[in-house]
Design a protein around this ligand. Structure first.
Ligand SMILES: Cc1cc2nc3c(=O)[nH]c(=O)nc-3n(C[C@H](O)[C@H](O)[C@H](O)COP(=O)(O)OP(=O)(O)OC[C@H]3O[C@@H](n4cnc5c(N)ncnc54)[C@H](O)[C@@H]3O)c2cc1C
Ligand SMILES: *[C@@H]1O[C@H](CO)[C@@H](O)[C@H](O)[C@H]1NC(C)=O
Ligand SMILES: *[C@@H]1O[C@H](CO)[C@@H](O)[C@H](O)[C@H]1NC(C)=O
Ligand SMILES: *[C@@H]1O[C@H](CO)[C@@H](O)[C@H](O)[C@H]1NC(C)=O
Length: 509
């Protein structure tokens, strides 16, 4: 979606990104390196973890990645009418530096950009439709919402500026032992406060109007997180940033990044479902005892187990997402943490749109809107309706107008009924549905994020999703945990939870 934006401030940080990664050789070897590391889950989080763990621990360690399903997890494509389309996580922000770096490192490229056009539907009619002319949009929005629009850009940019600090910290090898400490290091008390109030409260305090929240902000939180403006302020700001310009995706499909990271990290993919993890002591040859994590799993040929020095769990420990039991830990580790995941159903339809469903008299042959967002109105059973392009743009591709059959993606909280489909589409020749438990239900009062550290050398990557769920958030968490695991293994406390990094590193640019 393309909202009119002020140009994003200069990409100073990008220069820093290329200034070379922290030298491995400088790490003092206080202890023998770990021999085996397990990563549970091969989504973007798990595969990025494998990549960063290899970077931190070097070539000597064996890294096993467990995954019973397809590599990519919530990044998945589906084939329709001869082309593939993204069904899960689809767009990436231009300042998501880890994702950008992965794509460069792996020799992939961003998908060819085809301009998009946004509209807002209130359940009865289209109340706003973007024009092809920036200046027209600018004055229309100014007329309707005063300076709310410009102020929103500035508010989000202010938050993004602080968010970007994490890249510098990670570049210098700093890590954080909890989600709160990581957020605090980026944005100080202001980020913690954002987590503690709804987006609505936070924006009202900043002087945004209720009309603007209903007409513009709610449609954005609905398309990105399937929820209202009552989500917490931090994930709300991430959601608004995800409605800016310059959004991109990976040529050939976002899950290509996961496959690439897995391959380049020289990890072994084990196609198995991890059922339990226990903490065990084993006598060593030298007569001392060593402690290990025993990972029990089920694959095609039955149950098996292996011992590991370090384990990173890269799947949500939540109802419906995974069922791993933990034994031998004190205090005990639960299989499921509090809180739920939000269902978002993605329905792909190759067909002809019913223009009267949108309450418009515009001829379908002129209708070139790609992203139809929706307000939070009673009758609305969809969160969004988008015309989507294939994951790879074929030569000579032109996006057809609504008068021709094409692939539409509908997000809704419940599966669409036949009746609802018949209302939205005049006709169709194929459909495909994915019922995702997509991201956390970000309901207040602020629920404390689960821990990153479940036990001495047992880490939980998806704790970060309670701040915000996005590909880049999983990648940031992956790098943080690889650094944390490394520093804890080698007892380098000076690189963990340092205060005031922003001021201390200022001179280092
Ligand atoms: C519909 C939808 C739209 C989205 N849109 C965007 C977007 O536009 N931009 C964006 O940045 N993000 C988006 N997201 C969010 C983004 O997709 C996720 O935040 C991200 O993909 C999470 O990656 P992950 O690797 O942390 O988790 P997952 O991708 O969920 O990976 C976890 C993996 O662990 C595996 N697993 C589970 N249990 C076990 C077990 N017991 N043993 C072994 N393996 C196990 C699972 O099979 C899975 O493959 C969207 C998500 C959805 C669903
Ligand atoms: C969060 O809100 C609760 C209740 O409104 C309050 O008691 C707590 O101090 C707040 N915490 C932060 C960090 O602002
Ligand atoms: C993994 O195992 C759990 C039981 O521990 C089961 O409920 C789940 O369906 C299995 N998942 C897959 C993909 O095999
Ligand atoms: C198109 O939508 C209108 C309004 O919802 C509905 O009355 C009509 O039956 C639909 N037409 C078709 C062909 O499905």
């Amino acid at each position: 979606m393309q909202l009119p934006v002020l140009t994003l401030r200069s990409l100073l940080v990008l220069g820093l990104w290329n200034s070379g990664r922290r030298s491995l050789a400088s790490a003092p070897e206080l202890r023998h390196p770990p021999q085996k590391i397990a990563v549970i889950g091969a989504g973007i989080g798990g595969t990025a973890a494998a990549h960063y763990l290899r970077q931190e621990f070097g070539d000597g360690v064996k890294i096993d990645v467990f995954e019973p399903g397809a590599v990519g997890g919530r990044l998945a494509t589906v084939k329709m009418a001869g082309h593939e389309y993204e069904m899960g996580g689809s767009v990436i922000h231009p300042l998501n530096l880890h994702m950008k770096h992965f794509v460069e490192r792996l020799g992939l490229s961003p998908k060819q950009d085809i301009p998009s056009k946004m509209a807002i539907f209130d359940g009865n009619e289209i109340m706003f439709e973007e024009s092809d002319w920036f200046i027209v949009n600018f004055f229309r929005l100014l007329w309707r919402y005063g300076f709310n629009f410009l102020r929103m850009q500035m508010w989000v940019e202010g938050i993004l500026d602080k968010f970007m600090r994490i890249y510098q910290y990670q570049q210098y090898g700093y890590s954080f032992s909890s989600v709160d400490k990581l957020l605090h290091a980026m944005g100080g008390e202001s980020f913690i406060t954002l987590m503690n109030q709804t987006l609505e409260e936070a924006m009202m305090k900043e002087g945004f109007s209720q009309t603007f929240l209903n007409d513009i902000v709610a449609p954005i939180t609905r398309v990105n997180y399937g929820q209202s403006v009552r989500i917490h302020g931090f994930v709300g700001a991430v959601s608004l940033a995800g409605a800016g310009s310059g959004l991109w995706s990976v040529d050939g499909g976002n899950n290509k990044v996961c496959a690439g990271l897995l391959y380049h990290s020289k990890s072994e993919l084990i196609s198995a479902n991890v059922t339990s993890i226990s903490f065990t002591l084993r006598p060593s040859k030298k007569g001392t005892t060593n402690s290990f994590y025993e990972v029990n799993y089920v694959d095609e040929s039955g149950s098996a187990h292996s011992l590991y020095d370090i384990v990173v769990i890269a799947t949500p420990l939540h109802e419906g997402k995974s069922d791993i039991t933990f034994s031998g830990f004190s205090p005990p580790i639960p299989s499921h943490y509090p809180g739920r995941y939000q269902q978002t159903v993605a329905t792909m339809v190759h067909g002809l749109l019913n223009m009267s469903y949108l309450g418009t008299t515009e001829p379908a042959s002129d209708f070139t809107v790609t992203d139809i967002l929706t307000t939070d109105s009673k009758g609305s059973f969809i969160n969004s309706l988008s015309a989507v392009d294939p994951v790879h743009i074929p030569d000579g591709y032109k996006r057809p107008p609504a008068s021709q059959p094409k692939v539409w993606k509908v997000f809704s909280p419940q599966p669409l009924t036949q009746q609802q489909l018949q209302n939205m589409f005049v006709s169709w020749d194929s459909t495909s549905e994915a019922r995702w438990l997509a991201y956390p239900v970000y309901r207040l009062p602020y629920r404390k994020s689960p821990p990153f550290i479940l036990h001495d050398r047992l880490y939980y990557l998806n704790a970060v999703e309670w701040a915000a769920s996005a590909m880049e958030m999983s990648a940031i968490s992956a790098r943080n945990l690889a650094l944390l695991a490394h520093h804890r293994w080698h007892q380098q406390a000076g690189k963990i939870d340092q205060e005031d990094l922003h001021t201390r590193l200022r001179g280092e640019l």
